[in-house]
Design a protein around this ligand. Structure first.
Ligand SMILES: Cc1cc2nc3c(=O)[nH]c(=O)nc-3n(C[C@H](O)[C@H](O)[C@H](O)COP(=O)(O)OP(=O)(O)OC[C@H]3O[C@@H](n4cnc5c(N)ncnc54)[C@H](O)[C@@H]3O)c2cc1C
Length: 128
């Protein structure tokens, strides 16, 4: 048995990128090619189309948590007892939920804008 992530194994092989050698000059350097780093690079490229953006990772791109998660674009986590309406944690829960809602919207918009084929389903899920 090999010690390999099932998601990565099913995704097929991604292109091998060369190792960093010598000196690289960049306007922006991003360390880590997970969803955070790749989104930062993508957004920077949109904002500064002529900038040189270098992204490095100690392994292959998107093979950390970003390739191993459950795949939910979640906007509303189930509130804890202290986060319920009228409790002291409710205000923080509202802020967290709003951040997640905007992030989920951004995911949907990027998938649509760039025609990304990722089996995204927009039908949500139910909490009880
Ligand atoms: C089992 C599991 C299930 C999850 N389910 C969900 C879910 O359903 N929905 C959801 O929204 N989130 C989920 N998450 C959380 C989500 O996967 C992470 O929040 C997200 O992937 C983090 O992305 P990231 O780019 O910040 O980090 P990562 O994906 O971890 O990327 C960081 C990258 O940086 C690289 N790196 C680290 N240190 C260095 C270094 N010194 N030099 C060079 N490179 C370096 C790593 O190799 C890695 O590629 C889940 C996580 C796990 C583990």
């Amino acid at each position: 048995m090999t010690n390999e992530c099932g998601w990565i194994a099913q995704a097929g092989r991604s292109p091998v990128r060369g190792s960093l050698k010598g000196t690289e000059k960049a306007d922006w350097l991003i360390i880590g090619a997970g969803i955070t780093g790749l989104n930062a690079a993508h957004t920077l490229a949109q904002m500064h189309p002529h900038a040189r953006i270098v992204i490095v990772d100690r392994q292959r791109a998107a093979q950390g948590a970003s390739a191993r998660n459950s795949g939910f674009a979640v906007a509303h986590e189930h509130p804890g007892t202290d986060e319920l309406l009228g409790r002291k944690g409710f205000a923080d829960y509202q802020v967290d939920t709003e951040i997640s809602r905007v992030a989920s919207l951004e995911v949907r918009q990027r998938i649509a804008r760039h025609g990304i084929e990722c089996d995204f389903r927009d039908d949500g899920y139910f909490l009880r």
